[in-house]
Design a protein around this ligand. Structure first.
Ligand SMILES: C[S@@+](CC[C@H](N)C(=O)[O-])C[C@H]1O[C@@H](n2cnc3c(N)ncnc32)[C@H](O)[C@@H]1O
Length: 387
């Protein structure tokens, strides 16, 4: 029988994730707020974990029931046969969420569901699983909304942005899932030159190289939560990974170019590219973003996230960089494609790239805009009266 899964993603990324889910041919998919639902067998969830570049987690729905009060919550959770997911010697953690419900305390939701699981084991076997917040055998999500509780098993474990290749963090690394979403949403074909002039730790370049080479994003990850669920077949999983490895192939001519003005960042990017197996696919150079050599009529993609300036005073300091960058992009990069993630509205406006599409995304807690589209090369609109 098919199970119901939900792949979660960062706000705004749902359409990109939905395209990925369709490309993987996962069954009965539907875009929803916060992610994409699909149906399939457990092995489809393995594949989703291995292959989806923009998903944060893949959850499996195991129960849904009305829960107006604490007793109803306990009763509903007790109706699940927990031996399907865990043994009395194992460990679990429950993450609770509550909104628009009589019970409005997330911790209480988690506690009640955990009690129901443990009470069932104790009644049946005289012993109960432990709670382990860090490395549990079973990760449960209990979602209470409008007095209905949904119980989900987390098949991923730690967030899927943790691909396993990152050695160097840098000051403000982009989440791998977000970097992949930028590349995918930019419409890059995996063949044309791709440039990141503010490359930092190289996240966008690694994700782009993996997209071009059809390298599954989960191949280097140490483990997934589904490996600890009862019934897991290590031999089949190994075969799925081997098939994905065999599939990877880089195009013979691939121009990926990254630059940054910080030597430390470039050193870190080199480490990351090497660990991701793509060091020889990417050219790195120490260079100011305003000095990158643009070629006329180049069918190139610029995918980048410049510094945002979160601290006081930084936005004013960065404003001239954005203004000049916008001028250069208009004057010298007409016909190029741009996907630029900006975490500051004032700075995004300074670019004066008004023809581009603007998508509301989030980078962690920061509200961002992705400016995306083909650069027109037209003169900027007249200066607003004040900046
Ligand atoms: C937000 S970070 C980019 C993070 C990167 N996407 C990553 O995942 O690590 C911005 C980067 O721009 C670089 N930078 C700032 N001003 C620059 C300039 N004028 N030219 C080139 N690089 C610059 C910083 O050194 C920093 O590495």
């Amino acid at each position: 029988m098919n199970a119901h899964f939900f792949a979660t993603c960062a706000p705004g990324l749902e359409p990109v994730l939905h395209e990925e889910v369709k490309r993987l041919r996962l069954g009965k998919h539907e875009r929803q707020v916060g992610g994409v639902a699909f149906q399939g067998r457990m092995e489809d969830a393995w594949r989703a974990n291995l292959e989806l570049r923009t998903a944060v987690r893949v959850l499996m729905r195991i129960a849904r029931f009305p829960a107006k009060d604490a007793d109803a919550l306990h009763r509903g959770a007790s109706d699940v046969d927990w031996s399907r997911f865990l043994s009395a010697d194992g460990s679990l953690v429950v993450h609770g969420h509550a909104k628009d419900s009589v019970i409005d305390h997330s911790l209480f939701v988690a506690q009640r569901v955990k009690d129901a699981v443990c009470d069932q084991f104790r009644a049946r076997e005289g012993k109960r699983p432990d709670v382990d917040k860090h490395d549990p055998d079973l990760r449960l999500v209990a979602h209470l909304s409008r007095n209905r509780c949904t119980l989900l098993v987390d098949t991923s474990g730690s967030s899927l942005h943790k691909r396993g290749w990152r050695k160097f963090q840098g000051r403000a690394p982009l989440a791998e899932t977000l970097a992949a979403a930028m590349v995918l949403r930019s419409g890059w074909d995996g063949r044309a030159p791709l440039i990141d002039p503010f490359c930092g730790s190289g996240t966008i370049l690694v994700e782009a190289a993996h997209i071009a080479g059809d390298v599954a994003p989960g191949l280097a990850r140490a483990s997934f939560a589904f490996e600890r669920l009862p019934g897991f077949r290590a031999d089949r999983w190994q075969r799925m990974r081997e098939d994905a490895k065999k599939r990877a192939r880089f195009p013979s001519k691939l121009t990926l170019f990254g630059s940054d003005r910080s030597e430390d960042a470039l050193e870190g990017a080199r480490e990351n590219l090497a660990s991701a197996g793509v060091a020889d696919r990417v050219e790195l150079r120490r260079q100011d973003a305003l000095a990158f050599p643009a070629k006329p009529n180049w069918n190139a993609w610029i995918v980048t996230n410049p510094p945002y300036g979160e601290r006081v005073g930084e936005v004013d300091r960065l404003w001239p960089l954005y203004r000049e960058l916008g001028d250069r992009l208009r004057a010298e990069c007409a016909g190029y494609h741009l996907a630029l993630l900006s975490g500051n509205e004032k700075l995004a406006k300074a670019l004066r790239l008004d023809d581009l599409e603007r998508l509301a995304w989030k980078n962690g807690a920061i509200d961002c805009e992705l400016l995306v589209g083909e650069l027109a090369g037209e003169p900027a609109a007249p200066e607003p009266p004040s900046r």
